[in-house]
Design a protein around this ligand. Structure first.
Ligand code: NAI
Ligand code: MG
Length: 508
């Protein structure tokens, strides 16, 4: 197989921004604390870069320790006086629905800002990220009124002598730290259950992608949340993020990001025994059995890795195709990869954009080079896409002739790079799929119901998809086995993660 070259030259010049986006980018860098826009205690800022052009298009605050302390103090006060948790559940639910409605109405604005900041196509952001964020808030809003303890009959005490029950109470002040791959969606996935539970929040978006979280702050003020319930600060992870994690007035940390930082956060959280929810890295397998319709499964496998330019924690980055169909599957994935050729994020024809930053661009290209050095062959792609005007474009890449020792097979690349391997039988592929420190997602493609369920039970991962990939629904718990994380988000478990359980035992 020869590497497929670009058939046509694509103009990767970024398109003009709307007036609304220009106006937003021209705002003075500030933080959102106590429902107000406030200046930082120092003048430090972070650049906002458009990865489609590599140009600096704005600035946000790089929060100081004092800024973090101020935001935490606001959240602490708002939690301790019960101005949010003390509201009727219906009132909390109503305000959350108002936020969801405001967000939905502003879909186009948010999609554009996400495209500018992250590099993902505006069309994708408008179809996936913003509706996903809205559904997180709507689903969790309903839980505000469905949080109940239970009356429990003691085991060692005769009936009638005691009355005992459990209460579900909000865990308190939550520090929520989110990554850059789905900035708005991750922010809403984090704040929604905390709000429904009655917690208060300090949210920090990733330093690469702060825009939509800041825009969300406008809507939070407008929706009618009491002051201090949601505070949004921007800044670096190792400074502002670290301060949030170590702050004694924070009760819970929710983090999505790298496994490396997740482990560090988990260690740092123990000093004051904070609750933690961690959603970390992945190296998700996609298993294609010989009975599939290759015309469906191959594009499915391509979408599993190339969507969002592979910057997805559940990206199907290890492809296992049965030996009897391996070559046809690779051909099909190679063909389908054309659909995912990267373009500028505001190009209406884009299905994939550049990588988020120069750092990720170098990192992903470094992995591809390491793979080649280790003996992998490039079936398609294999490097950067041409962009004379700048930007961090990497072509969809399929590596074959790989073995389980290679770094491209073992480590999370977080780019549009899939490694493909052959297998002969079910036990062998289950073992190979589990030969990883991660366990976030897995895709299985087969028409055989028995095979589907057998593999679904054998693969150690928080989610298994059958004949699809990366279908995320807010009603279903999401999280990782092994080093992919601790705890679950979404669903009933998502709200439970923001609740304490108190037992009350009363002698009558
Ligand atoms: P990262 O884990 O360093 O950053 C994620 C978030 O953590 C950001 O908001 C950052 O400000 C914050 N952070 C960083 N250091 C911190 C600290 N010491 N204390 C508190 N917060 C901190 O991820 P990074 O460096 O942007 O990406 C590196 C790799 O991580 C990627 O190549 C990818 O493999 C993985 N990653 C995984 C994600 C996922 O969804 N599971 C998302 C982003 C990155
Ligand atoms: Mg980092």
């Amino acid at each position: 197989m020869t590497p497929m070259n670009e058939v046509t030259t694509i103009n990767r010049e970024q398109r003009a921004y709307s007036d609304a986006a220009k106006k937003f980018l021209a705002r003075k860098p500030q933080l959102f604390i106590n429902n107000e826009w406030v200046d930082s205690s120092h003048g430090a800022t972070l650049d906002v870069e458009d990865p489609s052009s590599g140009k600096i298009v704005g600035q946000v605050v790089d929060a100081s320790d004092r800024d973090v302390d101020r935001a935490v103090a606001a959240a602490r006060a708002a939690f301790d006086d019960g101005r949010w948790s003390g509201l009727a559940p219906m009132a909390r639910e109503k305000i959350m629905h108002r936020l969801a409605d405001l967000l939905e109405a502003a879909t186009d604005d948010f999609a554009e800002l996400e495209a500018i900041d992250n590099g993902k196509p505006k069309g994708m952001a408008g179809a996936v990220d913003v509706p996903g964020a809205v559904s997180q808030i709507r689903f969790m809003a309903g839980w505000a009124s469905k949080i109940n303890g239970e009356v429990i009959q003691p085991y060692t005490i005769p009936d009638g002598a005691f009355f005992s029950y459990t209460r579900k109470e909000p865990v308190g002040v939550c520090a929520q730290i989110v990554p850059w791959n789905f900035p708005l969606l991750m922010a809403c996935l984090k704040i929604a259950p905390a709000l429904a539970a009655g917690c208060t929040i300090v949210l920090k978006p990733a330093e690469q992608t702060s825009l939509t979280a800041l825009r969300l702050a406008d809507l939070i003020a407008e929706a009618g949340f009491p002051a201090g319930v949601v505070n949004i600060i921007t800044g670096n992870g190792h400074t502002a993020g670290d301060r949030m994690v170590k702050h004694p007035d924070v009760d819970k940390i929710a983090f999505t990001g790298s496994t490396e930082i997740g482990k560090l956060i988990n260690r740092n959280a123990t000093a004051t025994m904070k609750h933690v929810t961690l959603e970390l890295g992945g190296k998700s397998p996609v298993v294609i059995m010989p009975d599939v319709d290759i015309a469906v499964a191959a594009p499915g496998a391509a979408g599993a890795i190339f969507f969002n330019s592979g910057q997805v924690c559940i990206a199907g980055s290890r492809l296992f195709a049965h030996r009897s169909i391996f070559d046809q599957v690779i051909e099909g994935v190679a063909e389908a990869s054309a659909f995912w050729t990267p373009r500028a994020s505001l190009d209406p024809e884009a299905h994939a954009g550049p990588l988020v930053s120069k750092e990720q661009f170098d990192r992903v290209l470094g992995y591809i080079e390491a793979g080649k050095r280790d003996g992998a062959s490039v079936a398609v792609g294999g490097g950067a896409a041409e962009a004379p005007g700048g930007g961090y474009y990497v072509n969809p890449t399929v590596l074959v002739d790989v073995n389980p020792q290679m770094s491209v097979v073992r480590e999370e690349i977080f780019g549009p790079v899939v490694v493909a391997q052959r297998f002969d039988d079910l036990d062998e592929v289950a073992k190979a799929a589990n030969d990883t420190c991660f366990g976030l997602g897995a895709g299985i493609w087969t028409k055989d119901v028995g095979t589907m369920h057998k593999l679904a039970s054998k693969i150690k991962s928080g989610t298994v998809w059958g004949n699809c990939h990366a279908v995320i629904d807010t009603a279903l718990p999401f999280g990782g086995y092994k080093e992919s994380g601790i705890g679950r988000e979404q669903g009933r478990q998502g709200i439970e993660a923001y609740l304490e359980t108190k037992s009350v035992i009363i002698q009558l």
